[in-house]
Design a protein around this ligand. Sequence first.
Ligand code: HEC
Ligand code: HEC
Length: 625
Amino acid sequence: MLRNTGIGILTFLIASSISSAGTSNSLMDIAPAGKSLVVCNNDNGTITLVDLVKKVAVREIKVGKKPEGVTWIGDGPRVAVTLYHESKIVIVNTATGKIEKSIPTPAEPYGIVTDAKGMHAWVSHEYPGVVSEIDLQAGNVVREIPAGSMPRGIAIAPDGKRVYVSEFYTGILHAIDLASGKTVDSWKGHSTDNLARQVLLHPSRPKAYLPHIRSMVKVNDGSGSIFPQVSICDLKPGKERRRTSFGMDTFNGIYVVTNPWEAAISPNGKRFYVIYAGTNDMNYCDVIDDDYKEIERVGNAVRIGQNPRAVRVSPDSKNVYIYHAMYFSVSIYNANMGFVKAIKTCEPTKTPEWVRGKILFNTANPPMSSRRWIACSSCHPDGGHDARVWQQAEGLRKTTAFVGMAHTHPLHWSADRDEVQDFEYTLRSRLMQSFGGLLKTKIKQKIGFHKVELEEKTSGRSKDLDALAIYSNSLDFPLSPHIVAPGKLTPAAERGKTLFFAKEVGCASCHSGPYYTDSSLKTPFKLHDVGTGRNDKSERMGTKYDTPTLLGVYRTAPFLHDGSALTLREVLTTQNKGDKHGKTSHLQKDQVDDLLQFLKSLPYETPPEVTGNTVEYRVQPTKKE
Ligand code: HEC
Ligand code: HEC
């Protein structure tokens, strides 16, 4: 098919000279006048105001736990920031550095967009699966609109009539009509589409763009498991070609890029930029107005700094700003990606070892992988999970999130590892193909499914490997949104708690202690056959499993080692036919409901920083608080 050259581009250029802030979710936003920028330092709990004229950081402002999205309100100087771990948004006056309003919202506020006048904001809430509409003047939530499963990306249409959201774990795009508050259209992608944390719209063409990956769960190979994609959806109703996906690896010839995290379109509609958080690259492309080719690469992918997490273009389309999360800075480039200046936005948080560990965890570059296709974070985004069940050689394995991991060793469903440094074996495996890993020296050879990792001490032998462990064992997690207040359960959850701890039900005999697991590094490890092994025909490690923690299970479906329970209810009912996994068959339906309410309420209080099973390699807690 031939590329349509001039006319189409010209018409949309004329239509799109107005720009407003906050039309798609990002960690960074530029004020409409183009003179200032604000960026979320998400590990530090701060935002930084940058003066784009003087090209300096003006001030860093403390906002709260895990700011994940920011938008200017109207022309400024106020911005609205989502606090993902605090279930609220704050309105900050960037001129004074003061928080002017704190607005309680549903849980996990992630992306935020506003209308051009700054009257309303719309926020995606990941776990509850809603979009909230916020009256910025009154300072309250006026509506909660259902928005699919685990939405993260959010964008507002140029006419302000719709918002579009992307589901993080499926990449499905939904259009929500703001007048009716209803989902009026959806664009489904490939079943492997994953980690679609952003959506953005073209300023004049009816198109939505989603950077994401594909997780090929049947392939365990450094060059076949994870693919970088950009999906483009036609927003016009009833169009035949509704959703096209571009493999950004083939797009770049033989040059591999990993973990597309965010994209931007220049306000004049001509250029499309996409950053790769895993390989520290960036593509800049021409937007082609032909419904077919869509984007055309200009030059080769550009090497940029460590762990790019946000990209924005100035209102005059002349400058590109990139937030390098692990350089703790914003870099300014010209429109053709010539480097102008880097501006520091904050000090690194936590320890230098944690910083090094986070860099390694997020990168697909050597020394982590020789092939550059895959990073730890491709399956464990920010230490979370990918909602996938991988077919590994040892059997089906649901990816686990690292909630409380410093206290819940041994590791893996089959407890075949006793220290995070044992992931040296993963680095040397076909999955990561790191050649020699981080340890470089000889380690005991893995033969078959023998748990050789338990015999090989891998900690204390490589600074990088220890750093990887320190990062992995130091993730923050919030209290459950299902509680009344810290330490206080709903009446139903309170009844469920009684059942959980009752002898006749027996959950607490294995899910014991403050982390709700009997996992312990004391040998022999306690493994249990709870009747779940029969579900996995490919199992090669035996049907006894390590008791998983229950903290955070409200948001980590599917469940069990093989993901065979799609819901928590299935864990207790259809997947527990023989009462081998606690005794549940005698429970009435409302008792099961109560038990589920309790499970969903975990954690309802902050678990202790130290237990008898806490590992050494982590960021040690500070004394205060
Ligand atoms: C292809 C997806 C994928 C990649 C890439 C990946 N993991 Fe995992 N990870 C998984 C799965 C699946 C499990 C569960 C496996 C099991 O328990 O046997 C897991 C489990 C873990 C666990 C155990 C958690 C617990 O509490 O038991 C740790 C630690 C971990 N991974 C660290 C890493 C590190 C470090 C890297 C990078 C070197 C990495 N993973 C790369 C999919 C992945
Ligand atoms: C004999 C020990 C034992 C008892 C008793 C027990 N569990 Fe478990 N639990 C396990 C093990 C082991 C697994 C992992 C099984 C698997 O993955 O196939 C598990 C898995 C789970 C999971 C899934 C967690 C996830 O992340 O996928 C939930 C939820 C759960 N148990 C809740 C309960 C409840 C509620 C009870 C009481 C009715 C209970 N368990 C009783 C050992 C136990």
